[in-house]
Design a protein around this ligand. Structure first.
Ligand code: HEM
Length: 258
């Protein structure tokens, strides 16, 4: 609540961020949106958008630092982006990788899908309550009020869907699949949930992930201090720990060399 009040006094109070929109909603619909609801809106976005995104970023960094053949392919794509700038007469190789440039890195985009599949952030079922009148689901008659749900970890390790190697992190599965199979694999990704209450922040998360990791690995060479420390603890979220990394600068020339 203090931060909400500070935002109202800040020079950025008219900036079109989440909070200014929530406060606008309070002014527009005072009967519906009270101060507590503004707090809830803000809290849901912070809670829903921070650890979840960090989990996917951690998965990617860990996989890239432990599988050199994957890292090399992503670095090759980053080099391609920087060389394309030079070919267009744009000498600014230092400018951060843009969203449009990140989208063109098809191998890295496959790495993102694989990270979303391999290590979904939520470790529990996403619960739904059977509505009035009950429902028949997979041959079972479920009375109203029953809580049902799916766990992304179970769906994502389905060998019929993702292949016999579903327990391994292999970005190529997204590129080698037929268009029909790739569509099916993608439509059943459950990392962001599904249906009316699916994640509203999905596109922001994909934007952050598309931009952050290429930016990080183009500037730093990383070495995991002790792979034995890497551990996942599962509660509502499947949170990893032990990603301690030694960093040194990566010279841009190594990326520009064809
Ligand atoms: C990789 C990152 C993220 C993952 C894995 C993730 C995952 C999820 C999941 C599983 C749900 C519940 C969906 C359901 O029950 O079907 C959800 C809901 C939600 N997420 Fe995300 N999320 C991510 C990023 C974000 C970001 C960046 C924001 C906001 C900036 C955000 C805001 C929300 C909100 C507000 C809801 C509740 C939606 C509703 O109930 O209508 N999430 N998210």
């Amino acid at each position: 609540m203090r931060q909400i009040r500070e935002h109202q006094r800040s020079p950025h109070k008219n900036r079109r961020d989440f909070l200014s929109r929530f406060l606008e909603a309070r002014e527009k619909f005072p009967d519906v949106v009270d101060e507590d609801l503004v707090h809830d809106y803000a809290n849901t976005n912070v809670a829903g958008g921070s650890d979840t995104t960090a989990i996917i970023l951690r998965t990617l960094i860990y996989q890239l630092l432990t599988q050199k053949q994957i890292l090399d392919k992503v670095l090759g794509e980053i080099g391609g982006v920087l060389r394309a700038r030079q070919e267009k007469g744009d000498a600014d190789v230092d400018r951060p990788i843009a969203w449009a440039e990140g989208l063109k890195m098809s191998y890295y985009q496959a790495c993102i899908k694989e990270a979303l599949r391999f290590h979904p952030a939520t470790a529990q079922i996403l619960p739904r309550v059977v509505p009035k009148g009950g429902v028949e689901l997979c041959g079972f008659a479920l009375p109203e009020g029953t809580v049902v749900g799916c766990n992304a970890w179970t769906i994502h390790r389905d060998r019929d869907l993702y292949g016999e190697d579903a327990d391994s992190f292999i970005p190529e599965r997204w590129l080698d699949a037929s268009p029909e199979q790739a569509r099916k694999m993608e439509s059943l990704l459950f990392t962001f949930g599904a249906g009316k209450r699916a994640c509203v922040g999905k596109n922001i998360a994909i934007l952050e992930i598309t931009k952050f990791v290429p930016e990080f690995i183009r500037r730093f060479e990383g070495e995991i201090v002790d792979q034995g420390r890497w551990k996942t603890t599962s509660s509502w979220l499947a949170v990893q720990s032990g990603l301690d990394v030694k960093l040194k600068s990566r010279p841009v020339e190594s990326l520009l060399a064809a």
